[in-house]
Design a binder for this molecule. Structure first.
Ligand code: THU
Length: 152
């Protein structure tokens, strides 16, 4: 309100305000990519995970001389969030240096994501920041999850 009791116009248009959290998530995934430890593949990946409470946990791929011990960016971000007490997620953004294709998570990461529900959004980006968004259900249809263990 101003001094005459009139409602003041917001300085940022509503559409722009709504876009902000997504832009931040995308940026955080690009920033995380800069920390990738990938001397073997030279394929840096970054991920940023948005929790239900609005916090963002980022992660990068971490490779190892014993190649099978490498971990993807997506799982690094998820494990960071879980270990800080967060188990409910809204979205994840994933970034790589691929210019022509959208980065897509590997099968193992899709299954790890699925452990925490099927009802969230995965933003797959190109190096220039353009993206497509998929529901986890689309990336891993007919999935097996924790609830299924009680059905037998
Ligand atoms: N990688 C990820 O971290 N996320 C993906 O979505 C695809 C692949 C990593 C694993 C490995 O360190 C490198 O990229 C090449 O496969």
């Amino acid at each position: 309100m101003d001094s005459c009791g009139q409602r003041l116009a917001p300085t940022v248009p509503p559409a722009q305000r709504r876009a902000e959290p997504l832009q931040l998530l995308l940026r955080r995934s690009q920033e995380a990519k800069n920390s990738a430890y990938c001397p073997y593949s030279r394929f840096p990946v970054g991920a940023a995970l948005l929790t239900a409470s609005g916090e963002i946990f980022s992660g990068c791929n971490v490779e190892n001389a014993c190649h099978s011990l490498g971990v993807c960016a997506e799982r690094t971000a998820i494990h960071k969030a879980i270990s800080e007490g967060h188990t409910s997620f809204k979205a994840m953004a994933i970034s790589s240096n691929m210019g022509e294709d959208f980065i897509t998570p590997c099968g193992a990461c899709r299954q790890v994501m699925r452990e925490f529900g099927t009802d969230w959004d995965i933003y797959l980006t190109k190096a220039d920041g353009t993206y497509i968004v998929k529901r986890l259900e689309e990336l891993l249809p007919l999935s097996f999850g924790p609830e299924d263990l009680n059905k037998a």
